[in-house]
Structures are given as C-alpha cells and as structure tokens.
Design a protein around this ligand. Structure first.
Ligand code: SF4
Length: 291
C-alpha cells in the first residue's frame, strides 16, 4: 500500500522559477544503471556528459564551484534539455521525493528542502490518500499506520493550541535551560550555508501561525516509521521550535531548516541522540506554539 499527501501528484519542479535550486551545494552520486547509460552515449552528447563526471570509487557529478555541472546560468538543466528527463540519475529524478514505511507500506511525500514542496505542505490540506501497489500491509503495519494517522489528526484538529497538543503527548519534566541547549546543538551542526548557525534567536520565539500545524503533520508523516512514536513527536516539536526561532518567511525558514538538518544523517543522529534524553520539551512547546 502506498500512502501519500493528497497534493502529492500535483507537485512539479518549478525549475528556472525556483527561488533556490536543489542543483547546488550537494555531492551527487550517479547510480550504477545511469552511469552505465552515460558510458554508452555516443557523439557530442556522450563526450559532453562524460566530461562532467568524476569516476573514482563511485561515479559523481563534478561540481563547478557549488553548482551541478549541468546547471545553466538560467537554472535550467542542460542534461534534460539535451537528452530529456529520462537521462537523469536516480537522485536527480527522485528529488525532493522521500520514501519511508516498511515491507507492506510505502509512505511517500516531497521534502521541505524544496521551496515548491514547502509551499504545498504549508498551503494544502493535511489529507492523505491510499494507493494500491499490490503490497499487503501486515496487522502490525495496519496498526502502526492507524496510530500515525490518529496522531496526525490529534495534532491537526485536537483541542487547545498546537503547543498544548504536543505537550500532552510529550509530558516530560521542565528544564528552563532546554532552549539554550537546543540552540547550541543546532548552531554546531554541519551546515551547507555558514549563516545557518547564526540564524536562531537568543530566546524562544512564540508563534501563532496556523501553518505550524501543517509543518507538524509533515514531520509526523515523514518520520513516524523511522523513529517510532516517542522520538518522532519530540523531533517534530524540536523542529517547530527551531524553525520558529529562525523567524522570517515561514516557507523559506522551513526550506532552509530542512536542507541543513534533514539531508545530513550525522546532523540527524546528533539531534536524535540529544532528544532521546532531554527534558523540557512539553513546557517549551506550550510557550512557543500558541497557534
Ligand atoms: S528545489 Fe524544488 S522547485 Fe527548485 S529546482 Fe529543485 S525540485 Fe525544482
């Protein structure tokens, strides 16, 4: 079974209209099938494509500065223009889609690191649809999905503020020093953009913007299977608190946060380690997430 946000199929890359680009700042490994395809290309296109590859232990796209070698000045992809979308490697074809779940259930969505995906998550309704892919969910998987969707319903339409809804689920001891500890943790993460570390306010920032509820649904949908319920709720709460502390336009803050945090497994592991043992999140949620 596939579960996805109702808006999922309407996602389209906005290419040269994108205020950011996912084609800069990352190391891109080319999958074996695509590397093999590139090696068989003939003529000028073959020479061109292979001149942009670095073949050592694995095949990677050679970055030019921070940018993908196929990214033109107008932010269109030269590879697509020459050979069509079918010529993209797996990472480029799939991005910013994510997949989670287990054997009988695949949860698929689009990651907040893409401004168009972030815009959809923050404007569309938090509804999820099922699609039959021929895989049957086990009884345990059915129960897990039911708990997850119930949790998302509680967060999106339960009683009280978003902060109160999260706090009731976390229910930990207060720790007045939690925000400074979180700020220090996120400030010391490995970052693509050095200004990310300096982007968090000195004190927690209270927000009433109802779009934080949609952001919560995103994190609960994306991480529930991977982290389990307790850590997933804590990760959701901490992410919202830190996005609020970034200030500015919410789509931009969510996108920047996602790029730096969600796509670096070392950063994620450090955050998960910290959250597993920390206290004070319930109180911090009540203070910050008043919407
Ligand atoms: S970040 Fe999103 S909209 Fe922008 S170029 Fe990448 S996929 Fe397209």
């Amino acid at each position: 079974m596939i579960i996805k946000p109702k808006f999922f199929d309407s996602f389209r890359c906005i290419a040269s209209d994108c205020p950011d680009t996912c084609c800069a700042g990352w190391e891109i490994d080319v999958d074996e099938d695509t590397a093999e395809y590139y090696s068989t290309l003939t003529g000028e296109n073959g020479e061109y494509v292979r001149s942009k590859l670095r073949c050592e232990d694995s095949v990677q796209l050679c970055r030019e500065g921070e940018r993908c070698p196929f990214l033109r000045g107008d932010n269109l992809c030269e590879l697509i223009l020459r050979l069509g979308e079918g010529a993209l490697c797996d990472i480029c074809r799939e991005h910013p889609r994510f997949y989670s779940g287990s054997d009988g259930v695949t949860e698929v969505g689009v990651g907040l690191c893409c401004p168009e995906a972030a815009r959809l998550w923050l404007t569309e309704s938090c509804e999820f649809v099922y699609e039959d892919d021929g895989e049957r969910m086990s009884a345990v998987e059915e129960e897990t999905v039911a708990r997850q969707l119930m949790l998302i319903r509680h967060i999106t339409s339960g009683g009280g503020t978003l902060g109160e809804r999260l706090a009731r689920l976390i229910d930990d001891e207060p720790d007045a020093e939690l925000y400074p500890k979180l700020r220090r943790l996120y400030t010391l993460l490995e970052a693509l953009d050095p200004s990310f570390a300096g982007g968090f306010s000195d004190a927690p920032v209270s927000v009433t913007d109802k779009r934080y509820i949609k952001l919560a649904a995103y994190f609960l949908f994306r991480y529930y299977f991977e982290l389990g319920e307790t850590l997933c709720i804590k990760f959701t709460a901490a992410s919202l608190v830190m996005i609020a502390a970034m200030g500015g336009d919410l789509v931009t803050a969510a996108k920047d946060f996602s790029k730096e945090v969600e796509y670096d497994t070392d950063n994620l592991d450090r955050i998960y380690d910290f959250l597993s043992d920390c206290c004070g999140l319930a109180k911090l949620c009540r203070e910050v997430l008043g919407g």
